[in-house]
Design a protein around this ligand. Structure first.
Ligand SMILES: [Zn+2]
Ligand SMILES: [Zn+2]
Length: 149
């Protein structure tokens, strides 16, 4: 979430642009605004929601196909992470966010973020027990939120 990022948007954007040019890819105003939407939102947005937000918030026209292409580009660069809420539609958030896990409501799609030290430690133990060098993990708990029970 935006409030948790350790760097401000301008710094994040300029380092991103530098990375993109170094890799020989093109920067574009659409990419900038997609990142801006992802940076400032408190939600996990789908490609369609991102398209709408770019238009509504910044009055920039960007086609859904461009957003899909941009999201796979960002995923390859590890700029974003995707979340499956169980409806086959990917939601995205910046990898910049502090590590956290998710609770997903299978009825209304609500996403709740959490961190739990014991879960983190336990996973490290499991990895250690298997002589496994833990690099990353994804934990998503599916169920019904308070309102949907
Ligand atoms: Zn719900
Ligand atoms: Zn999240």
């Amino acid at each position: 979430m935006a409030s948790e990022y350790s760097i401000d948007f301008d710094t994040f954007l300029s380092s991103f642009k530098e990375k993109v040019s170094k890799l020989g890819f093109k920067n574009s105003i659409q990419k900038d605004y997609i990142l801006k939407v992802l940076y400032y939102t408190d939600e996990h947005l789908s490609a369609e929601q991102i398209t709408a937000e770019v238009k509504n918030e910044y009055n920039i026209e960007v086609g859904i196909a461009t957003v899909y292409r941009t999201m796979s580009f960002f995923e390859e660069l590890d700029i974003i992470e995707s979340l499956d809420v169980g409806d086959g539609v990917k939601r995205y958030e910046l990898s910049l966010a502090l590590h956290h896990d998710h609770l997903v409501c299978i009825s209304c799609g609500k996403v709740i973020e959490f961190t739990d030290d014991i879960i983190e430690e336990q996973q490290q133990k499991v990895a250690d027990n298997h002589n496994f060098d833990l690099k990353d993990h994804v934990m998503t708990i599916y169920g019904l939120c308070e309102n949907c029970q």
